[in-house]
Structure formats: structure tokens, C-alpha cells
Design a protein around this ligand. Structure first.
Ligand SMILES: *Cc1c(COP(=O)(O)O)cnc(C)c1O
Length: 400
């Protein structure tokens, strides 16, 4: 039987003080010790069950991290103040000056900018390759390659990375495979497919409320320990820790993630089928003709669908802008970046979340200037939603 991430979370037993059904929020930055010896051990990471200081660990973050480790089937996890904090801390923990990374070219705009513009300051070199071309990854590997980086489902083109194949390459090169699974929690379990480290922006589907930014790093115990080592850990020393008040909210929202993912996927599939019938150029991995549809079916967990993301090609930025404004006026959803919200969100990727990627590379990647990305909401009645989208597409002159 395939792994069931929903059951892994449902079966957690995490209680609060006084038997609360939710863990108690620990509102403390520092913690007392009964003996000096125990404090000394805590500094060396050797005092099991003791907390030293909140930038290192705190009880609420530990509860959320334990839940995420169950979800991803990793030994451990650590939660960060944003998705970018999870990504940058992971990369900087693995790579030293002089090291090399092979990365998918179709990654989140902030990740691309970090690798392209920021890492060279520390003499870390990145080769960007087409995420669907395993040979391109293979050819790009050098003796100093320490990390292979990809997103399970790419933003915004919704390509699927072949995690088992990338895992083989990483192992052969003695490099770590880091996978951003932000678009597809529960749908994919990258660790079980061969990834070494799974990173998340929890800002999106995992929290699902668009009321905060947060991130997570899911990995084996030794990696998490190295990340928070008091003398050399990137997370401990750069300090991108998540506020425990926020952890508490995310943990509660994590327990409804499986139902939300199912509904997001169901609504996206409905819309994708209507768009296809209407003759709109649409990218959705649930289509049998999507180039990685079979690969996705092979890699995905059961019951959570093909995800809540859809991209449609409206050809020009002008047509895209007009259609989005009409859709917003008809209450289809909001013209906004981000994803995984209960309302539908749409934005023109080339001019927003992928604007860090230069225009010529956008074209090379296959990112049309009129590409509009949808994060399908949790709409109860998709017939009504489709009627409003259909009218919007008509008014903007996209369809007859
Ligand atoms: C949003 C996003 C990020 C960055 O996360 P923040 O929480 O905004 O820092 C990284 N990767 C992907 C795929 C994203 O969608």
C-alpha cells in the first residue's frame, strides 16, 4: 500500500499542558535549568528533551517540526520564518565557497534570484538546466557539485521533476538532492521518492490562510543538528526561526490539509476540463496529454489529485491583464500573487512571481508573456465559478 500522509498526521498524539487537545503555546525565549551541567550539555546538543533558547528550539516549533517530519517521513524537521529562509539556510548549510549547484531553471523567482545574484558573492556557482531533461542535469555535474535542486512541480509551468532519477544522479555524485515541494504537499512525498532534503514555503498550501509567511526544512537528524549547531549551524547563526505563536496556528491548519488539497485538486480538474472544451491553451498536469502526466501518476500518493495549480496562455500581457481585471470584478477570485488560499488567486507570472527571470530566459523556458497562473480556491459550486470565468474570457476576446 502507498504511503498515506494524511493518516501520518491524524495519528500524531500531541497534547498541551493540562491535557489540552492542542499543544500549549510556549511564550518564552529562554528556559531555566535545574543544574548547570544540564545547561552545558544543552549547548552541545546533548540534553534530550531540554530547551535552551528559542532561536535554537522551542517546544511549539518542535511539535510542528515533528508533525512535518511525519508528513514527509524524514527523521527530523526545522521550521523557519519564511520559505526563502528555509531555502537559503539549506543551500548555505550544504555549500561552501568554491562549490557548485545544478538547479532547475524553472524555480520560484526568489530562489532563482538568490542563486543567480546572491550566491556568486560567496563564490558559489550555479548551472541552470531544463527540469525535465535528466541528461542536462547529468552533463552539468562537476567534481565540486554539492547540491542538485528542483521543485517537484515547477512554478509556473507545472512541469514534474523525476525525483527517483535525480536521486540516482545525486547519489552517484555524492551531492544532496534538495526538493521544494511547496506546490504539492501530500500529493508527493519527495523523501520517499529519493530526495535528501524537502523544503517548503508553508505560506502557501500548508498553512492555507495567507495570514503569514513561514517555511520548513525536512531532513535527516544529522542535517537538522548541523543546521542548528550553536557554533557553526547556518540556521542558528543567521537566525531565521519561526515565531512559536505562528507555529501553533500552522499546526492546527496542517490537520485540514488533506481535505483542502483534495478540494483544490478537484476544482482545478473541473476548471481544466472546461478550459480545454472552450479551446483555451491550458497547462494542467491532470491532462493525459501533459508531458509528465504519466510520470506524475507514477510518483504521486493516492487520493489528493493533480494539484490546485493551473496555467493558461492568454498570449499577450495586455490580454492577460484585461482578463484578470474582469475576473476580479466578477468575483472569480483575487488578482494577487501567492497560492493555496481558500479564494482563487491569479497573476501573470512573467510580470510578477517570475519577473526575476530575464525575459529571454522566460521565453526559452516556455513561459509565454501572457501566461496567467491560477491557484484554484475551495469554491463550493464550480459551475457558478466557471460561468464567471467563461464570461470573462469572452469579454476579453479570448474565446467567442
Ligand atoms: C512562495 C514560494 C517560495 C518562497 O516562500 P516565502 O514563504 O514567500 O518565503 C519558495 N518556493 C515556492 C515554490 C514558492 O511558491
Amino acid at each position: 500500500m502507498k504511503f498515506d500522509p494524511a493518516r501520518a498526521i491524524q495519528n500524531l498524539h500531541q497534547f498541551g499542558e493540562f491535557g489540552g487537545v492542542n499543544p500549549s503555546i510556549t511564550d518564552s525565549s529562554t528556559f531555566t535549568f535545574l543544574g548547570e551541567k544540564t545547561m552545558e550539555a544543552a549547548f552541545h546538543g546533548e540534553a534530550e528533551g531540554c530547551f535552551l533558547y528559542s532561536r535554537h528550539w522551542n517546544p511549539m516549533n518542535k511539535y510542528l517540526s515533528d508533525a512535518l517530519a511525519s508528513l514527509e517521513q524524514t527523521e527530523s524537521a526545522w521550521v523557519t520564518g519564511s520559505g526563502m529562509a528555509a531555502i537559503s539556510a539549506t543551500i548555505l548549510q550544504i555549500c561552501n565557497s568554491g562549490d557548485h549547484i545544478v538547479s532547475s531553471a524553472v524555480v520560484y523567482g526568489g530562489t532563482y534570484a538568490f542563486m543567480k545574484n546572491w550566491l556568486p558573492k560567496y563564490n558559489i556557482e550555479v548551472t541552470f538546466v531544463n527540469p525535465t531533461d535528466i541528461d542536462a542535469f547529468k552533463e552539468a555535474i562537476k567534481p565540486n557539485t554539492k547540491l542538485i535542486y528542483t521543485e517537484t512541480m515547477s512554478n509556473p509551468l507545472l512541469q514534474i521533476s523525476d525525483i527517483p532519477e535525480l536521486s540516482k544522479l545525486a547519489k552517484a555524485a555524492n551531492a544532496k538532492l534538495v526538493v521544494d515541494n511547496t506546490f504539492t504537499p501530500m500529493i508527493f512525498s519527495p523523501k520517499l521518492l529519493g530526495a535528501d532534503i524537502v523544503v517548503y514555503s508553508m505560506t502557501k498550501f500548508i498553512n492555507g490562510k495567507n495570514d503569514m509567511v513561514a517555511g520548513a526544512i525536512c531532513a535527516d537528524q544529522s542535517f537538522i543538528n548541523s543546521l542548528i549547531d550553536v557554533n557553526s549551524g547556518t540556521a542558528m547563526l543567521l537566525g531565521p526561526v519561526l515565531d512559536p505563536l505562528r507555529s501553533s496556528n500552522i499546526l492546527k491548519n496542517l490537520h485540514t490539509l488533506h481535505i483542502r488539497m483534495q478540494k483544490h485538486s478537484q476544482n482545478a480538474m473541473f476548471l481544466a476540463e472546461k478550459l480545454k472544451e472552450a479551446g483555451v491553451r491550458t497547462i494542467y498536469p491532470g491532462y493525459p496529454e501533459h508531458p509528465q502526466h504519466e510520470l506524475m501518476k507514477k510518483m504521486m500518493n493516492d487520493d489528493f489529485g493533480f494539484g490546485g495549480m493551473i496555467a493558461i496562455d492568454l498570449e499577450t500581457p495586455q490580454k492577460a491583464a484585461e482578463t484578470m481585471e474582469i475576473m476580479q470584478s466578477k468575483d472569480v477570485g483575487y488578482l494577487a500573487v501567492s497560492l493555496g488560499y481558500f479564494k482563487t488567486l491569479f497573476s501573470a507570472s512573467g510580470q510578477s512571481t517570475s519577473s526575476e527571470v530575464p525575459a529571454d530566459l522566460q521565453l526559452k523556458m516556455g513561459l509565454s508573456p501572457g501566461l496567467v497562473r491560477f491557484s484554484m480556491g475551495l469554491d463550493h459550486n464550480m459551475e457558478i465559478t466557471w460561468k464567471a470565468i467563461h464570461e470573462s474570457l469572452k469579454e476579453a476576446g479570448i474565446i467567442k
